[in-house]
Design a protein around this ligand. Structure first.
Ligand SMILES: *Cc1c(COP(=O)(O)O)cnc(C)c1O
Length: 369
């Protein structure tokens, strides 16, 4: 979608807060542990290239993305650090990874064999282990050993850069399943026929609450953006996470309606008395979910409820009094002494803070402060 710069609606990203969050994490890992910044999905809505460059400047050892396209976008923007694609890339595109010094995730021997058939040379690979996430990676030790031997026998084709797993429940105070995965990962990685530069299993939740599992690389995602992966305040975080993203707009239209008048599609809202209603030019096409109907947003430091259904491009809000067109509106972020976080919005919408951020579309320009 085209970024709309001639409309008062934008995402503001605090570079100071991104820096604080990354550097707090770097300080908390043992010396020699690489902190990779996860910038997949448009840097969780914060803007891929700008954030990737900022993270490298602030000390990230490398970057993680989900697709080869994201990796190429960053590489083409002149970023020099290692870039790891965390999901499976079709073999026919592996040549692009080789040519752009991008590392790929491998989950099967078949993939490796096909790459050799395609004459791939010096491809940097991270072997994924499925220790219980049930998503991608080797599940059986024998298969993993066979793949490692195949890599060893094809030294011109592959550079074994990493070995990793991913946890399903690292944010859960009940550690039963987490510990089961840790045990499985340890069994799988023991006594393999090749060595890997990086061994890693820590996403944000693992990095925050299971520091001993940093090994020599962590993949720090949601924490970079200042949000608690558990979506609550529990477990408590070891250092302050400062939310980096805010979402702002303005009132573009203000009117007084009589008692008993309706607002929005479906005429779902009826005023109980004469009321001031403002219109805000953000809708579900910007990623402000239709489910946010009824949610309180901030105007002039006060909470004001969204009334009626959220439209594709606009929504209406009940104002405490007549306010001028152009008054600032905060959907996520601070206004005065009040704050709405992506976690608050997620709780209201019945989802997680990650999804609230990722839903914000390109139509909203990103402004960096
Ligand atoms: C997305 C992802 C991460 C980052 O997760 P956060 O919870 O945001 O820290 C790390 N590793 C893998 C494999 C991922 O897919």
């Amino acid at each position: 979608m085209l970024p709309s710069t001639h409309r008062p609606a934008y995402v503001e990203v605090s570079l100071d807060n991104l820096k604080h969050n990354l550097q707090s994490e770097i300080k908390s890992v043992p010396e020699g542990t690489a902190v990779f910044a996860v910038v997949k999905a448009n840097a969780y809505g914060h803007g891929l290239v700008r954030v990737a460059k900022a993270e490298v400047e602030y000390g990230a050892s490398g970057l993680c993305v989900t697709t080869l396209d994201e990796a190429l976008e960053i590489r083409n923007a002149g970023v020099k650090v290692p870039i790891l694609v965390l999901s499976i890339t079709p073999v026919e595109h592996a040549i692009l990874a080789v040519n752009n010094d991008i590392s790929l995730t491998i989950g099967s021997l078949d993939w490796l064999k096909q790459a050799v058939n395609e004459d791939i040379s010096k491809l940097k690979i991270h072997i994924g282990i499925d220790s219980g996430m049930g998503r991608i990676g080797f599940r059986e030790k024998a298969d993993l050993v066979e793949a490692c031997n195949f890599i060893k026998d094809n030294p011109d084709s592959f550079i074994p850069e990493g070995l990793f797993t991913h946890f399903a429940t690292a944010d859960n105070p009940d550690e039963t399943y987490f510990l089961k995965q840790v045990k499985r990962f340890k069994e799988m990685k023991a006594d393999l026929p090749i060595d890997f530069k990086y061994v890693h299993c820590a996403n944000t939740a693992t990095a925050l609450w299971h520091k001993d599992l940093a090994i020599n690389m962590v993949r720090f995602g949601i924490g970079l953006y200042g949000l608690n992966p558990s979506g609550t305040d529990i477990p408590e975080v070891p250092f302050e996470l400062k939310p980096a993203l805010s979402l702002h707009s303005q009132l573009v239209f203000v009117k007084k309606i009589d008692k008993g008048e309706k607002v929005g599609y479906g005429a779902t809202y009826t005023s109980e008395k004469p009321e001031w209603i403002g219109t805000v030019p953000i809708g579900y096409a910007d990623g402000w979910l239709r489910r946010m109907q009824g949610y309180d947003i901030l105007i002039n430091g006060q909470k004001c409820p969204i009334v009626g259904r959220i439209c594709m491009d606009q929504f209406m809000v009940k104002l405490p009094e007549e306010l001028p067109v152009g008054t600032k509106v905060t959907l996520i972020g601070k206004d005065g002494d009040k704050e709405i976080t992506a976690t608050d919005a997620a709780q209201y919408a019945g989802t997680i803070n990650y999804e609230i951020l990722c839903c914000l579309t390109d139509r909203l320009p990103r402004i960096y402060k």
